[in-house]
Design a protein around this ligand. Structure first.
Ligand SMILES: [Zn+2]
Length: 296
């Protein structure tokens, strides 16, 4: 299980969330078998989505992050429910790029910088909330910060990190979000900036035994942080046979007939968890015909 914490500074000016997402990114690695640099890109997006999910009002809400940057990885998607349980997808998981001159994985290069981050929040209303910003760097954390500034007018610091071993296993992954609320004053902002400037990277902190709790104590040092909530979150898909059948039933009759033409069951593979469903298209068609004749 991955560990998540939410907290707030004593004066109510800074809202905080941190996550040790190592187990989540390990599960994503097991499912999608990405290259190291794509693991880092998808892992950062999953980490951000989980924290943004848990900050939604209700556990029934959900948030979807879509990054399309024109890079070789193609489209990246991460979806979180309102509890912070998250799932993800990447179009081209196995593409490689050489590391950057500083030795770091070239996440911005594989994601691309020529495109957008879109954020869709389903808050149980008639229409979902949709915000979209141009990518800043494709490094994900900066793009999340830009989203909050432009779409939600909330100054936000976002740090995300994924450390991948030579054998592609995930050594550590995590991140934090710190947001300035209307109650924040100049002293809060100065303090936050100084604290963050003196901290090592998220993955270094985690490798040295750090936890979401200790990240909060460091980022909000001097601001008397208080824990609002601690919880376990995980990589979790919401697919099911019933959902897959409903998805197929949303196709036109002619399309469904085409799929049923050879008489064999259709195999539908979930893009988020790789689970395969074998569905009898002819039976679906039959049930649609029966439903239609009952309506008459
Ligand atoms: Zn699934």
């Amino acid at each position: 299980m991955a560990k998540l914490i939410r907290g707030i500074s004593e004066d109510g000016g800074v809202l905080f969330c941190a996550l040790d997402s190592t187990e989540i990114v390990r599960e994503a690695e097991r499912i999608h078998k990405p290259s190291a640099v794509v693991s880092a890109a998808l892992g950062r997006l999953l980490t951000a989505a989980s924290m943004m999910g848990v900050m939604l009002k209700s556990e029934q809400d959900s948030v979807t992050l879509r990054v399309k940057g024109g890079g070789p990885a193609g489209l990246l998607i991460a979806v979180s429910d309102g509890s912070g349980n998250v799932r993800g997808y990447v179009e081209n998981p196995t593409v490689h790029l050489p590391s950057r001159a500083d030795g770091k994985l070239d996440v911005g290069g594989v994601v691309g910088r020529d495109g957008t981050l879109s954020v869709v929040k389903d808050l149980g209303l008639k229409e979902p909330y949709v915000g979209q910003v141009p990518l800043v760097s494709g490094e994900i954390a900066e793009d999340i910060t830009a989203y909050y500034a432009a779409s939600e007018q909330t100054p936000t610091v976002c740090a995300l990190g994924v450390l991948v071993d030579r054998d592609l296993s995930i050594l550590a992954a995590g991140g934090y979000l710190a947001q300035l609320l209307p109650g924040a004053d100049e002293a809060d902002i100065d303090r936050l900036e100084k604290n963050i400037a003196s901290m090592p990277s998220v993955t270094t902190l985690l490798r040295e035994g750090g936890t979401p709790q200790s990240m909060m104590e460091q980022v909000l040092s001097g601001l008397a942080p208080q824990c609002l909530m601690e919880k376990d979150v995980c990589y979790r898909c919401t697919c099911s046979r019933a959902r897959t059948e409903r998805m197929l039933l949303s196709l036109k009759t002619s399309e469904l007939e085409e799929l049923a033409a050879d008489g064999k069951p259709i195999e539908v593979c979930c893009q988020f968890c790789d689970k395969k469903y074998r569905i009898d298209a002819a039976a679906l068609l039959q049930s649609r015909k029966e439903a239609a004749s009952q309506e008459k």
